[in-house]
Design a protein around this ligand. Structure first.
Ligand code: 2BA
Length: 109
């Protein structure tokens, strides 16, 4: 058995959960926060048999879209002045970041 950990954007989460559950996959949704943007994202846990991993990844690929997001970081005008101005920077946030890990044991009681 494998555990798919997929970090997706909040905007795609509902559609992806619906798609996966309609196909019979079991999904757990976690409300998470990205370390860089400090913005909310969604982490999905999907436990599946090894032969189903590719099917889940292909559904994630179909639903989740890459988007550009502007993040404003304070940037020093000059090192010695101590004055900071907002500095907009565009980052591309992935459709999904996916980890697939081996499950030693799955117990349902
Ligand atoms: P965040 O950490 O908020 O990152 C959002 C986006 O900001 C990233 O998109 C990336 O394009 C950019 N970014 C992240 N760290 C950066 C840095 N040090 N310098 C410049 N740009 C940076 P994604 O790579 O698609 O990541 C989306 C979200 O997936 C991340 O949100 C984080 O929550 C998660 N994630 C990505 N890679 C991960 C990893 N190796 N381990 C754990 N979580 C990860």
């Amino acid at each position: 058995m494998k555990l798919i950990i997929a970090i997706v954007q909040d905007n795609d989460a509902s559609a992806l959960i619906n798609t996966l559950t309609d196909l019979g996959f079991k999904v757990t949704k976690l409300a998470t926060t990205g370390g860089f943007l400090k913005a909310g994202n969604t982490t999905l846990l999907v436990g599946v048999e090894a032969e189903k991993v590719d099917e889940v990844i292909s559904q994630i690929d179909k639903v989740c879209k890459t988007r550009n997001q502007v993040v404003t970081t304070p940037s020093p005008v000059a090192g010695s002045t101590g004055i900071y101005v907002p500095y907009p920077m565009e980052v591309e946030v992935g459709g999904a970041n996916i980890f697939v890990v081996d499950v030693d044991k799955f117990i349902k009681i």
